[in-house]
Ligand binder design. Structure first.
Ligand SMILES: C[S@@+](CC[C@H](N)C(=O)[O-])C[C@H]1O[C@@H](n2cnc3c(N)ncnc32)[C@H](O)[C@@H]1O
Length: 734
């Protein structure tokens, strides 16, 4: 205990552990990875106590910072997000706040220009601590978003501000967020200083760590109840004088007090009231822009909206909540709208991560029912639009481009909804209920099969963007789409008409006959993969040992069975051994042996080596509408050929990040590597001799799923291919 006064005076332990913590961050966290740096400090803190706010209260801190960014939109639109921290120590909380700012900047895709500053100034009295904090922040790649300033006190900081930092000559720096985490005895004094300098004010979020916890306050209340004390505690050591001020001065609304089980103290989050704040300087006063703020269903803005001192925004008609992380429940958004008490007529919820279940009760239940959250949202909109000038016009809920919200039943229900205009991405547009619903003419649909890692790589290598490893997929996708749209670096070209192997007339005729017979057969063909958009779809597996030394169940046995007609006895004989699955696959082959045999003939003629060594499965499709996908099960490239009366229907494949090549497979067997994103172009039925057009496109895909894995090579692997430009550019997403 003898060390305590010195400890408080110094602001660190004086035993070198802070330097040691820096070393462990440098060793354990990759450069530029802020989340890893935070984890390294958390791990260090478990063994060697540090003065950090820690992970539990740290999450409240993140939320408070995010709330501050959202509330700053009420004041100044997108202009500035200027944060202040008092007490950096070695930069742990600065890392957390800086990461929030970085993610917000990424989500908003705003560059760090003068108009759009996302910045934290962190004050630290101890020069050794400040030096360590600066190094950790730099290592985490957050220097652009957080800087440490070594000053003796808040008073000194305010005195030292340059006119540039003040904004205008005599103006004060206005902070959207202030985090007090230095000496509790100074919290009140320093907050009053900031208030009198107008550095905090309406809608500023103030968070203070280590204030009196529940136990301390409850003890006081009990003592008052027992008549032992007269007033609540106003001590300085637990920040009680500060709590008295923020709770009772009328200047702040208490948003949340979160007690830490581990330390027994609390972090208090309050928001400046708007008494002197009549309106805002939002650039567009009819839209409250809360887009790209990473708000989720339980964000403080929604969770505590009843307590927040939100200003009146009498002109706001639209609340833009697009590009956030809303996922499960729109009830919070509904309560937030009620709290706004304005004549809001539309809510923009595009590009969140809402799922069908969050919008409607289960498929098949009451046809007209929406989920309770959405029902509440609709109710609020109806109430507020009735009150507004635009009454009579149906309010709008824009739910387009949400993940898995393209289900047909939901789209139908939205169409039937008369009270509000419910906008959903129509079937297949961008992100549908399933990958097979993607509309390939949209660039987003073409990028959707790529993993997030590939999206980041593309942003970095193609567009030279530095990508935050913590960036969410939705943000990455948004950034990539915007870059493509801005630079026009995506083109569609055609492979030469003579790419691949021409298939002989006789074989084509025979194939068409057999495939028509398959779909028109006794059972009307098969559709083995209902998730795929096709009228019929069948997979035939090559039996083992059909080449070379014959096993007991050979192709010739099957052939004999087939040529005897797929009678029950012959089939039984052919499929006598093996597992249930194997026997079923063989029985199917016997049944469709003619088709199999003819198809194999086509492949054998063109590429005998592929036929002998690689080909294991044949997909037979009828009227397949292929959405962008990657063949993840394939061990090498495939061959494709299509027949029927149709035009269009080329296979489009990404040759590189900038080029899509369309390969016409009608009557030609073409080799492609399906481990690259590919899809089938739109196609139309051709009118046969004056008759009405009949949609008929059959295709055969020969692919390998076993044997040695060949690393993916060029998309068009059937030889060097010059491509000719065709005039088609993928549609951007809006
Ligand atoms: C509890 S630590 C801060 C922890 C840090 N916020 C975190 O969570 O990572 C308190 C720090 O405040 C600093 N400090 C104390 N009084 C200060 C003042 N008046 N101005 C600036 N820094 C101060 C101390 O040197 C110490 O480093």
């Amino acid at each position: 205990m003898g060390r305590l006064p010195d400890f408080y005076e110094r602001g660190n332990y004086g035993d070198g552990r802070e330097e040691y913590a820096l070393k462990s961050v440098l060793e354990q966290a990759p450069a530029g990875d802020a989340a890893a740096a935070i984890r390294a400090l958390d791990a260090f803190h478990v063994r060697w106590t540090l003065l950090n706010v820690g992970p539990d209260k740290g999450r409240t801190l993140d939320e408070a910072a995010q709330l501050a960014a959202a509330l700053s939109r009420f004041r100044s639109g997108r202009q500035t997000v200027n944060f202040l921290e008092v007490g950096s120590y070695i930069g742990y909380s600065a890392l957390r706040i800086g990461l929030v700012l970085k993610q917000l900047a990424n989500a908003a895709d705003l560059s760090q220009t003068d108009e759009t500053r996302f910045h934290l100034t962190s004050l630290e009295r101890n020069a050794e601590n400040a030096a360590v904090a600066e190094k950790i922040i730099a290592h985490a790649g957050l220097s652009q978003f957080a800087s440490v300033r070594c000053v003796a006190s808040v008073e000194a900081f305010l005195g030292e501000l340059s006119s540039e930092e003040r904004g205008e000559e005599d103006a004060s720096p206005f902070f959207s967020f202030v985090f007090l985490d230095h000496q509790k005895s100074c919290y009140l004094r320093d907050l009053l200083l900031l208030e009198s300098a107008n550095a905090v004010g309406p809608l500023t979020v103030v968070a203070a760590d280590n204030v009196a916890g529940r136990l301390h306050l409850e003890n006081r209340e009990q003592a008052i109840a027992r008549g032992k004390r007269k007033k609540p505690c106003g001590c300085v050591n637990k920040g009680c004088n500060f709590l008295q001020h923020v709770r009772n001065s009328g200047r702040y609304a208490v948003c949340e007090t979160v007690c830490s089980e581990a330390t027994g103290d609390a972090i208090e989050v309050v928001v400046g009231r708007c008494a002197e704040f009549s309106g805002s300087s939002m650039s567009d006063s009819t839209t409250l822009d809360l887009s790209g703020l990473r708000l989720n269903d339980s964000s403080l803005l929604f969770r505590c909206c009843d307590k927040l001192p939100l200003p009146a925004l009498p002109d706001v008609r639209n609340v833009d909540l697009s590009r956030n992380l809303l996922k499960l429940d729109l009830g919070g958004v509904a309560r937030f709208l009620r709290r706004l008490r304005g004549p809001v007529a539309s809510v923009d919820l595009r590009r969140n991560v809402l799922r069908a279940a969050a919008l409607g009760v289960e498929k098949g239940a009451d046809e007209a029912a929406w989920s309770p959250g959405l029902a509440l949202l609709i109710e609020e909109l109806l109430l507020s639009s009735d009150a507004g000038e635009d009454s009579g016009v149906a309010p709008v809920v824009d739910l387009r481009f949400n993940e898995r919200c393209g289900a047909a039943w939901l789209v139908q229900r939205a169409r039937d909804c008369e009270d509000v205009q419910m906008l959903l991405s129509p079937w297949g547009q961008l992100v549908g209920a399933r990958p097979s619903d993607r509309d390939a003419s949209f660039l987003r649909a073409q990028l959707e099969p790529l993993p997030s890692r590939a999206l980041s790589e593309r942003l970095a290598t193609l567009f030279g963007c530095s990508v935050d490893p913590d960036c969410e997929r939705e943000e990455l996708m948004g950034q990539l789409l915007r870059r493509y749209a801005a630079t026009g670096r995506r083109r569609t070209v055609a492979a030469p008409a003579d790419y691949g192997h021409a298939v002989g007339e006789a074989r084509l005729k025979e194939l068409l006959r057999l495939m028509r017979a398959w779909v028109g057969g006794r059972h009307g063909g098969t559709h083995e993969r209902p998730s795929v958009q096709a009228e019929h779809y069948m997979i035939l597996k090559r039996p083992e040992g059909d080449e070379g030394p014959q096993g007991p169940q050979t192709l010739s046995t099957l052939l004999a069975a087939a040529s005897a007609g797929p009678t029950e006895a012959a089939t039984k004989a052919a499929v006598a051994d093996g597992s249930w699955k194997t026997r079923r696959a063989r029985a199917k082959l016997v049944k469709h042996f003619e088709l199999w045999d003819c198809a194999c003939g086509v492949l054998k003629d063109a590429d005998p080596a592929f036929f002998a060594n690689q080909f294991t499965q044949l997909a037979v499709t009828h009227n397949f509408r292929g959405s962008p996908h990657i063949d993840k099960q394939n061990t090498g490239p495939f061959y494709a050929v299509s027949v029927g009366d149709f035009s269009g229907g080329e296979i489009c494949i990404e040759r590189d990040a900038e080029t899509v090549v369309c390969v016409a497979t009608r009557h030609r067997l073409c080799q492609l590597d399906g481990r690259h994103v590919h899809w089938v172009n739109e196609w139309r039925g051709e009118a046969e001799s004056g008759a009405a057009a009949v949609a008929e496109r059959f295709s055969l895909i020969f692919y390998p799923t076993a044997g040695a894995f060949q690393p993916p090579g060029p998309a068009l692997c059937g030889g060097a291919v010059p491509v000719s430009s065709i005039d088609a550019v993928s549609r951007s997403c809006e």
